[in-house]
Write a protein that binds this ligand. Sequence first.
Ligand code: PMP
Length: 350
Amino acid sequence: MSALRKNIADMAGYVPGFQPEDAASYIKLNTNENPYPPSPRVIEAITAEVGEGLRRYPDAASRQAREEAGRLYGFDPSWIIMANGSDEVLNNLIRAFAGEGEEVAYIHPSYSYYGTLAEIQGAKVRTFGLSEAFEPQGIPERYDAKLFFLTNPNAPLGFTYSQNYIADLAGRLSGVLVVDEAYADFAEETSLELVRSLDNVVVTRTFSKSYSLAGMRLGLAIARPEVIAALNKIRDHYNLDRLAQTAAAAALSDQEYFRGCVAKIKETRAWFSAELEKIGYHVIPSSGNYVFASPPDRDGTRVYQGLYDRKILVRHFTDPKLSHGLRISIGTKEEMERTVQALVEIGPGR
Ligand code: PMP
């Protein structure tokens, strides 16, 4: 198709985690979904919303959800935009800030979708590696990338950057630092205060992990009102449907349920990490709802296959920087017990 833009023709496209047709027959630990259902309040609210009212367009400004988020995080709703999954707002940040040929940067390994989104836009992608101690390498002292995406906690590795490091990085950038906090609810720290104190920091969040709403496609960004106003010009005007808006507001309003789920996942994460270490795995201490672990023989492919054969799905990356290990989402305690059992059967490989 000769009319196709060259950058689209040339790009590989992002491949999300494998979705088998018979997903229900697997222990599915490959896309960091939450093993617990959404709050009963969400189910009630969506159920009440399903009816003849669906003939009306949703609120173009997602006011109820933004007000609920504002109360929770301590920001005026003018600092908040709701998104159809945090992927949508990552995309719109690139569309707002990075023109053709301009630079978009991120750490590798982290969430490679930033690169795909930048390629679609025709922006230039630059990645920075990590030292053994997970310190980003080679970022210029004064750096003029339009956007820098920092995944904190890092995915897939699970470590976190300190708030001091993040503030320092923001100070070195003439562009915008986007702190992707998809997994921050499972961590001890957040950069929300930096959004208030520094004028080039944006934080993004998702409802897909800690709020058990991956199927609804919900995310948000917190940023200065002028950034939010720009993002509002770009997004689809009705970017969140009525059910998603209702679900978002209900989920945020039920903090007790939310805290209970997060606590269970953190407890299971600690238990699972310790069990893996007992069988000789190297485990990176994780602040997300997943752990990155490597078997003693550092053959991620072998263990991935062994788990797959036992109907346990985890994430294996072919990237040579990551292929020695696996990213394993934290499921229920029972799912993780069965995973440990399977790993014992599969053996250390040497
Ligand atoms: N950021 C990171 C680091 C992620 O891992 C994911 C989920 N794959 C997202 C953003 C996107 O999340 P959402 O489901 O809200 O689009």
